[in-house]
Each structure stands twice: as C-alpha cells, then as structure tokens.
Ligand binder design. Sequence first.
Ligand code: M6R
Length: 610
Amino acid sequence: MCGVVGYVGENNSVDILMDGLYSLEYRGYDSAGISVIENDSIITFKSEGKIDNLQNIINKNKKIESNIGIGHTRWATHGAPSDINAHPHSTARLSLVHNGIIENYKDIKDKLVKKGYKFISETDTEVAANLIDSLYDGNPLIAIRKAIEIIEGSYAFAIIFKDKLDKVYAVRKGAPLIVALGKDGKNENFIASDISAVLKYTNKYIIMDEENIAELKKNRVAIYDKDLKEIKAKVSEANWTLEQAEKSGYEHFMIKEIHEQPKAILDTIEPRIVHGIPDFKRDNILDENFWTYFDRVYIVGCGTAMHAAMIGKRLIEDNCRIPVECEIASEFRYKNPILTDKTLAIFVSQSGETADTLAALNLVKERGCKSLAIVNVNGSSIARASDYVIYTYAGPEISVASTKAYSVQVAIMYLITFKISLARKLKNEKEIKILIRNMLNAIDSINKLLDMSEEIKKLCVDYKEVGSIFFMGRDLDYYQVMEGALKMKEISYIHCEAYAGGELKHGVISLITEGTSVVALAIQEKILNKMISNIKEVVSRGAKVLLFAKEGMNIDKDAYDKIIYLPNIEDMFMPIASIIALQLLAYHTAVVRGCDVDKPRNLAKSVTVE
Ligand code: M6R
C-alpha cells in the first residue's frame, strides 16, 4: 500500500527520492517523508498529506548535499495520518521505511519497552526500527536477518545506518520491492516498490526474493540469502517506458489510461492470436490438455479484477458449459472451497500484489490445484506464485481507479473462452476465427467511444450535486454497471448501487423517487424489451434515466431522460466497448465535482494488506 524508495549514487538523493515518491504517490498519500545522509548525519523530513507538502518543507530548508537516502509515501494502517506517524522512523543509529503490516508488533513493542526503548508514534513500523536497532552490533545484515526472524506479517523495508554512510539495505516479504541498477554502468543504484518510480533513470532491475537482503552501494549491489551468503540475482529489463508512466499532456492519469485502452488490449491479445486462433504457448502453456483437464473453474480477484472475473465466468459458462465460481478473494481465502484435482483456479490482479488474492492463491496451492494468474505487473508476487501466468500488457496503470487493466483482463477472458471451446471441440477453428475477427472489430470501435468523451462530459453536469445514482443493466450489462458504479463511487464519492434490471422491484425500487438519478445500460439485444420494461418501472416512479443503448435500437422516448447511442457491436463483445462509456462518465463526473481523480480519498492503488 505504501511506496518505498531508496537511492545511493553520485547525484542529489533528495531530488531522486522525491521524483520516485511522486511516481509512487498512487500507492498512498496520507503522508510522506525522506531520510538522507549528509556528511555523517541522517536528516529526516516528513509531512502529513500529499507529497507536495513534503516538497514545500524541503524547499524551505537549505539545500541538502546528499547522495544517499530512503523515502516513503504512506497509506495509513497503524495510526492516523500525521507527521509523527509518517515514515521514515528513526533511532539514534538508523532510519527505516516500511510497506506492509507487522502483525506481532505489540509483543515486540512490549519487549522493547522493557529494554528501555521509547516510542513516539502509533505505528508498527517504529517497532521494526527499534527492533533492528536493538539487534545491531555493527553488522546490518545480521541485525536485519535476526529481526525478520522475529517479525510476523508483511514488509518491504529500506534502511540506512548512521555508521554505514555509503550503503542502503532492503528486504521484503509479502510486499513488493525491486532493486534497480544504474544504467550503462552508472555509479548509482535504487530501491523502489515498483519500477515506475525509477524508469526515468533505468529499466534494469532485480526482483527481490522474499527474505533475501539487498546491500546497495553506488557501484555495487549484493544480494544475500537467508544464510547471509551472497547470491547471483537475475537482472530483468522493464519494457515499460517513462512515457507510459507520465501524464503526457493529459490532465489526469485516469483519462490518459482510458485513452490507452485500444492499444493496451491489442498489445495483450495480438501476440496470443496465432493464425487467427488463440495460442498461449508464449505463456508456457504448452500442453493442450491444460485446457481440457478441469471440470470446474474458480475465478478469484478483488474490486475491478473481480468484475473482469464475472465477465469471464459468464463467457466460459455460456460457451464452454463448465461451471465457474466467481469469488471475492477476501471471502474465498476463509472458506472451505470445493477444490479437486480437476479444478482450475484463475487469479486476476493488475498489481499482482493484492494480499487477499495472493492468500487465496496460496490456499489453492496448498490444496494441490492448478493455478493460472492473469496479472499486469511482471514478476509480481501473484505471478511468481502461480503455476501459470498470462501477463496482460497494459503498461503501468497509475490512476488508482482501474480502467485499462480491466479491459485487458476482459480481453484475456475472451481468449481463454475461445481456447477452451476449441480444445474441447465445442467450436471449430473456422468458428473461432470468426469470433476473433468480431472481437477485433469491437476493439476497433473503442476509438469511436473515446470520441464521444465530450458528449458524455456534457451529461455529467447533472451529477455535480447528486447524492446517489442507481446503475442498472441485465445480462452482460449487469457486470458492466457494477464496474461503472464502482468507478463512479471511488472517484466522485457519489453513493452508487448497481442492480440487475429485474431485481430492483424486489426491494430497492422503494428508494426511487422523483428525480432519483439512474444510469441504465440497455445494450444486450436479446434482453432489450425486458430491460426497457425495468427502466420504465423506475421512470414511472420519477427517476431521471441516462440510458446507454446501441445504435440502431428503437427505444421509446418515454424510457429515458437522456440517451447515448453506443456503436453497434455484437452483444457478446459489447462489454469491450460499453465500459469505456461508463469510465468516461465516472471520470468527467469526478472532474466536475472537483475531486482528486487519480488519488481518491482513503484509497491506494495496490492493497497489500489484508
Ligand atoms: O491490483 P489488483 O487488480 O489486484 O487490485 C484489485 C482492486 O484493489 C482494484 O481493482 C480496485 O478495486 C481498483 N481501485 C478499482 O478501480
């Protein structure tokens, strides 16, 4: 949830750490701080709130001459957002930043208090700083090793020691952390929660294995295993570009990422379409029996990933006739799911670090089931823990509200469905080729939807002051309205409820009164008349309906207050396009309401705590 950075090199560490923190701000923005070494002292700056507050404090100070330091942007767990609770947390000998949760912090704290340690913050992180201090006898590796044997929970730590003026240390478990290497042999090295924080400087990085300790000097990185033996770590090269991680002229990352969707989807699916049919050999799924061995599927995820999972369930069940359970990861992990050796468990995650999804995956692994992850971040924990991984190629998604990650996940659901249909001989190659062509046409039409941005923006003025919106849809549109409502809630702070069109009259219709805002999707032709009847049920009770329909549909004028016609695409592929309209609706509404679109309150991009 929090963002961690570290730097050692020949340039000004303050500037580089601040750059990194701005890139990681999407991970949390309750407070921020840095500790840097100048001469032989550790200097710390921290501030409650967004990184701009920290920058203002730094600007007011005399210029710091430092080439080494650590930084942090916080999503508060233990202790309210405040200057005191902001990281780094320091002792007389070290300074430390932390992403994660130390579950046994209370026990450790009690023992440290008995030893005379004093605590000034409410955080679990200060406990880690004092614990390492208490174990420190001049060798950071030994102190860190001993500390992580005691600590239970998740952590990505970056640490500097006052008597090790040229080194930064890092270790992680259950939280992401990479070590990035200076470009072209440049004398500098970095630590970051993810590569986007340092893309400006390098694209070469090492994914830290859990509990290994990294020791960074400006001209050398050493990685130590659990026995403190130095090991050779694999260096990866990020194919994400700096431009992808920048706003590039857009007002917000969210609108940039909405516009990136056609490319992101094509980047994701084209390499997996070989001779017109789906092919997952590049994902190392070489055995065709993989697609036929199972008789039950679970698809697990959280939030937006869960909504992509729901589309997957519907597609696989409709087309492949295999029962598919869709489960919220935080529920699944504490259930006793029916898992047999004929179950395939699919885990969907943009970040690949979501704690609940990872725990659900571990449960499935313990039960001996095959797991397949659909993940956007290369080398992330979920990707590494699952048997198979299909990477989506959306590029970095910075906006907290997920848009392009959803679309690529949905696109993969189509390909998986087609692959299973083909492998199980439910459809022949010719039929699959036609479906894929239709899917590509649907992707093409996203551009038309993006061109409707201004038209949709004009409608959002209606939502400037509203307190709640009901979303309704049926069939595939139902999953879309769930995702549309989530987008609207998280960035515009309007209370939204998403309902299946036929369900409202079973209770919720009592909330519809004169002027209630309703957003309805009536796109699925086979259910159109039923959906229109459901809409009329709310119109006749005074609802103001914004209706999204499909070009060519003949809709009664008394079924809506305002209408937008979306491009005419085959029903099955409509989700690829229609979600764009709902994303734009949420985005423009949030802007009109003056909300901080990319950094909505209380949220963080990747939820690495339970
Ligand atoms: O990284 P993940 O895909 O695992 O994240 C799952 C959810 O936390 C995420 O989709 C969240 O719901 C987004 N903020 C939605 O826009």
